[in-house]
Write a protein that binds this ligand. Structure first.
Ligand code: UT7
Length: 331
């Protein structure tokens, strides 16, 4: 039988500093009431330590996942880091994390698919295992969004936060783990959510910095429209083609960009709020961190054999859904 790829451990890291809605009220023209009703967010974490990048959080999340599994880093075959905020534009953060944790037998690279990065990573990592070429892959997802957010722009600074999660994927003899995936992209969406400068099209210059073009720019309403429709569509489709009814789904694991998008997706699937993983109120949108941090927070409630539907939508545009069977009862 072809091996399946199952998640066997979860780790996470959230910086200590809490940027609350009331602090944001002192920084930009906003209110706790607006942020709460429009997004569901109450606070987000910010990585304040000087000179630290996303790898700082990735290393901590990875080490926790390895410790929980009782696995040595040198047993890993690959390390993938899904992120839009690598430590540096060139030199992969995954390679640095792999070296720091001692994953000396792994190849490592970063994966960039905006908010769908962890979903894409879950699929990619699983392929290495399903093919039989690899047995153990570490997938990290997370971002230091505070490094690309303009804290004078109220339309973006209230949304994003910093955080990182990590999972270990292993070959599973019982058919548990990844069952099906639908991944999509549409590059025409990049006009609505991007960082204009700093890449090869508009290299960084004094002018691009003065214009704030190195910050993330989002046309919220446009992205919202596409996100609501597409996240709900793929989630319903993956249920349909696997003959899953709402009762068969134990958990929806949605990207945490906006509570209203999450509610719309759950509604379309017919899944009640008790089955929806939600931590946006505490962390905001951590981009690549949202899905693994949901697993991190809900791990103790997951049971072997549970059916999970992951769904995400993000910049690019990129989006998708994954159907996964959980492989263990957490201790
Ligand atoms: O994770 C990657 C994918 N991203 C997403 O999925 C995000 C999708 N978009 C969204 O979640 C929402 O569009 C936002 C939360 C970003 C914005 O919510 P919205 O309900 O779409 O608000 P809006 O952009 O339509 O703005 C409504 C009003 C505007 O004022 P006027 O023009 O009606 O006077 C904005 O200027 O709210 C104003 N506004 C704010 N007011 C207080 C925008 N940001 C703020 C703010 N505080 N922080």
């Amino acid at each position: 039988m072809k091996p399946t790829a199952a998640i066997t451990a979860v780790g996470g890291y959230l910086p200590e500093f809490k940027l609350t809605n009331s602090i944001l009220e002192t920084m930009v023209d906003t209110s706790d009431e607006w942020i709460t009703t429009r997004t569901g967010i109450k606070e987000r974490r910010i990585l304040k330590e000087k000179g630290t990048g996303v790898s700082y959080m990735g290393i901590k999340a990875a080490e926790e996942a390895l410790a929980k599994r009782g696995m040595k880093a040198n047993e890993l075959d690959a390390v993938i880091f899904s992120t839009v905020t690598p430590d540096m534009p060139v030199a992969s953060s995954a390679a640095f994390v792999a070296s720091e944790i001692g994953a000396t037998n792994a190849f490592a690279y970063d994966l960039q698919a905006a908010c769908s990065g962890f979903l894409y990573g879950l699929f990619t990592a699983s392929q290495y295992i399903e093919s039989g070429r690899m047995e153990r892959v570490l997938l990290i997802g997370g971002d230091k969004m505070s490094s690309i957010v303009d804290y004078s722009d109220r339309t973006t600074c209230v949304i994003f936060g910093d955080g990182c999660g990590a999972v270990i994927l292993e070959a599973n003899p019982e058919g548990l783990g990844l069952q099906d995936s639908i991944l999509r992209s549409d590059g025409r969406g990049r006009q609505y959510l991007n960082i204009k400068a700093g890449g090869s099209m508009y290299p960084p210059s004094k002018e691009t910095v003065e214009l704030g073009e190195h910050y993330v720019h989002q046309e919220g309403q446009q992205v919202f429209k596409f996100a609501v429709t597409n996240m709900a569509d793929v989630s319903a489709k993956i249920m349909d083609r696997n003959n899953l009814h709402a009762d068969d789904v134990n958990w929806l694991v949605p990207h945490q960009a906006n509570k209203r998008i999450i509610d719309a997706t759950a509604k379309r699937m017919g899944v009640g709020p008790d089955k929806v993983m939600l931590n946006i109120q505490r962390y905001g949108n951590t981009t690549n961190g949202t899905l693994p941090l949901c697993l991190y927070d809900y791990e103790s409630q997951l049971r072997k054999g549970d059916s999970l539907i992951f769904a995400a939508f993000g910049g690019g545009f990129t989006w998708g859904a994954i159907y996964l069977k959980w492989a263990y009862d957490a201790a």
